[in-house]
Design a protein. Structure first.
Length: 167
């Protein structure tokens, strides 16, 4: 079997991506108490937060979001003590832009979220090259903490220091 140089390069790139994320596996190596708690209490939880209802979870599942990712985002809303959310618009305390949200409008939504102090979630940041470059530019200019969980990226618009975690 002959493997092209491009194929080998792509495999090495994917391996490097996985290795760079491995250092934060289960919260290890995360020096922010806030992000460590987010990983342990929201991302690793096997169930929805008790007593939190399930409105966000159900709304995300109806939109086709995978069960695990819907559970993580639902638990994240409660971890940040948010009471309201929105899907594909910038409202409430957490705004979730799903994969079908136009890439051309991401910057405008980011600016609105920053002005309102809303936690912004961008779904499927690696969907295509244009979306990936747009999201990368937003991460670079963001002045607070960002958390890349592969399927979505969280932009916290609060007093957290500038940090970027790739989980």
């Amino acid at each position: 079997m002959k493997i092209s140089g491009r194929s080998v390069g792509r495999r090495l790139q994917l391996l490097g991506n996985k290795l760079s994320r491995a250092k934060y596996y289960h919260g290890y190596g995360v020096h922010s108490p806030f992000v460590y708690g987010l990983v342990r209490k929201a991302f690793m939880a096997k169930k929805l937060v008790e007593g939190s209802g399930n409105e966000l979870y159900n709304a995300l599942r109806e939109k086709g979001v995978a069960e695990k990712r819907a559970r993580q985002l639902h638990n994240t809303l409660h971890y940040i003590e948010g009471k309201s959310y929105s899907l594909n618009e910038v409202e409430g305390e957490m705004s979730i832009l799903l994969a079908d949200y136009p890439t051309t409008q991401l910057r405008e939504a980011y600016e609105q979220a920053k002005a309102k102090g809303v936690t912004l979630v961008i779904g499927q940041p690696y969907l295509n090259r244009e979306r990936q470059l747009t999201v990368r530019a937003l991460i670079d200019e963001h002045r607070s903490t960002t958390v890349d969980n592969r399927a979505y990226i969280l932009f916290f618009n609060n007093r957290l220091p500038k940090q970027h975690y790739r989980l």
